[in-house]
Ligand binder design. Structure first.
Ligand code: ATP
Ligand code: MG
Length: 257
């Protein structure tokens, strides 16, 4: 096992998870390096959201998850946030009756005062569009700006890994680019990003590496700039496993503990 400085920030082996007796994920192996953008792609119902939920402690899982050198077995969402792992959930809604600034303060609830203000400012600095509206009600933001606010809320805790579940859902192409560009800026600032995205082409432009999940298993792992990836991904989605690509593991579903 690598124990050097090159050990991944997040290292998942043989993870299984589901809902009660319903097994969804099986034999998942996935890593994210420090400061890396990794895209998690896959068709509807593949288990992408379920995987993020398991990692962040919202769902029980079996297998092994190491984050920043620590085992996450039994960790609840509060523990994972403390460890530096922040999950912006699918369809995250901001509090429209509060101001932009108060939404960010709320996201930093529990942080020591001396860290809260600078970290709120730091999060705002990623999104000049919403920084300009800091004292306005979040209700005045466009859909895209609300999505930026949701990402900024995740940033207030200065995560080492930010997990974004379809941050571009429902946005116009221009705003999609804007939200995804923020993920690139985060990488430049040293934050790792695990990005669930339906827009394959956009995700590939940004990601250092990609995983495709289909029917609860990883069916493809590749560098973001490998040739012919959109076609390979599409084939992987629909179950044609090709030579040289990871094959789905035929393990039985392990009931979550
Ligand atoms: N709360 C739940 N209870 C039972 N089954 C669920 C629950 N949430 C999701 N599932 C099932 O788990 C499987 C994976 O769902 P998941 O939401 O993780 O997929 P996804 O890849 O995120 O899909 P999408 O692209 O539509 O967001 C699906 O078969 C889904 O029906
Ligand atoms: Mg989902």
């Amino acid at each position: 096992m690598p124990t050097s400085a090159r050990e991944p920030l997040l290292e998942i082996s043989d993870l299984a998870a589901g809902y009660g007796k319903i097994g969804v994920l099986n034999g998942i192996d996935l890593t994210v390096g420090a400061g890396e953008v990794v895209a998690l792609l896959g068709p509807n119902g593949a288990g992408k959201t379920t995987l993020l939920r398991a990692i962040s402690g919202l769902l029980p899982w079996s297998g092994r998850v190491r984050f920043a050198g620590k085992e996450l077995a039994g960790a609840n969402p509060r523990d994972t946030v403390r460890a530096g792992l922040v999950h912006v959930i699918e369809g995250h809604r901001v509090f429209t009756q509060l101001t932009v600034f108060d939404n960010l303060l709320l996201a930093g609830y529990g942080l020591p005062r001396r860290r809260l203000m600078p970290q709120v400012e730091e999060a705002l600095a990623f999104f000049p569009e919403i920084a300009a509206k800091r004292n306005d009600g979040a209700v005045t933001l466009s859909g895209g700006q609300q999505q930026m606010l949701a990402v900024a809320q995740g940033l207030v805790r200065r995560p080492r890994l930010l997990m974004l579940d379809e941050p571009s859902a429902g946005l116009s192409p221009v705003l999609v680019d804007r939200v995804l560009a923020a993920a690139g800026q985060l990488r430049d600032a040293g934050t790792a990003v695990l990005l669930v995205e339906q827009l394959i082409e956009k995700a590939l432009l940004l990601a250092d590496r990609v995983y495709a999940l289909a029917r609860g298993s990883i069916v493809l792992e590749a560098a973001g700039n490998e040739p012919d990836l959109p076609n390979r991904l599409e084939r992987a989605y629909f179950g044609q496993v090709l030579t040289g690509e990871a094959s789905p593991k035929a393990r039985p579903a392990v009931p979550p503990t």
